[in-house]
Design a protein around this ligand. Sequence first.
Ligand code: FDA
Length: 395
Amino acid sequence: MSSSYDVIVLGAGGAGLMCAGMAGQRGKRVLLVDHAKKAGEKIRISGGGRCNFTNLHAAPDRFLSQDPHFCRNALAAYSQLDFIALVDRYGIAYHEKTLGQLFCDDSSQLIIDMLLSECREGEVDLRLKTDIVGVERAASGFLVETSQGVFSAPALVAATGGKSIPKMGATGIGYDIARQFDLDIVPTRPGLVPFTFDPALKERYAPLSGVSVEATVATGDISFREALLFTHRGLSGPAILQASSYWREGEPVLINLAPDCTIYDLLTEARQERPRSECSTILAEILPKRLVSDLTAHLHGKSRMADQSNKSLKALSDAIQSWQVVPVGTEGYRTAEVTVGGVSTGALYPKTLEARSVPGLYFIGEVVDVTGWLGGYNFQWAWSSGAAAARALAG
Ligand code: FDA
């Protein structure tokens, strides 16, 4: 015997909550299943507890995917403005931090409470602490075997997220379901994740751990300008996290630690005008002192500007503005904010997120091969893809 619903949504994260609430409010009997104790755990910890819930500049060019146009439809049909209107309706106060990133003034919990309230309004049957044992195709649609019994519905939505942060309950079940139904998976890798150094580089840069500087970080043909942070394992900070989603193992990363000026010109002018000044004094006017000490440590007794040859100034400016480093890897899924890759967009209809070859089966949110930049884009994808599936399910 199985309990039947119109729609079963697997995963009560951002995408699943959005989809379940909307489909429920449109008259569908929705079951929402999650193995976690609470819904929306990633929302809770996001944005340092204040949830960067969307970005004013959300647009397809802020997303990675094998098909860069795939996300266009869903983002347009339910945009950042639609989500902001929902947040406004609940009277949740927010502010723009930087680069269009919208954060709650208070707690992320308000966003979770809002989505749960939407689900209650849609009479969604939310079952937490429920393990999914397996999914099967049946005459009536889909059977989902769980630790709380077997459920059936003509439509099944996989909103089980990516592999990032297994400690928080992330599993690869969404990919397993896709494979079970012969859908292609774009190979997955950790994204928005710090870089790690090999032992020699780690030792070399360990004294700089904690130093932060505005930088441009380029990999392949993309470049990001934001903060960079030296860590005891390698490099982090928003500019590094952004680049990490595009980086491939073995590739170099090109870093400019002083993107606002031309260091060589600045140093040759200073040599002319302030010959008695220490090189470190000049550099400390634009870079953190600890970084400057590291960069000038090799000058020993010849540290005044007048002592510097063109060659030494060029070497110094290259070290600052054309620093090429090859990370040994990343910190992996343990700390990655997202999973790049996932259920192939080619297998899904862009307007509805329904599998082309399996009517009634939908994939939404991070499990799909659509990955946003840092800055609220990933949640916007969760909301937009969740809404697209809900509209398709409920007409
Ligand atoms: P999500 O992972 O949120 O939800 C999947 C759900 O499925 C979970 O509730 C999980 O328990 C459940 N599940 C998984 N396997 C299951 C199984 N086998 N059985 C039952 N249930 C299962 N993005 C952003 O835009 N702004 C931000 O500020 C941040 N900040 C941030 C911080 C940190 C630390 C992380 C790790 C990530 C972010 N992100 C972010 C990314 C963002 O959190 C992420 O892209 C979305 O939460 C994805 O939403 P989904 O609903 O697709 O997956």
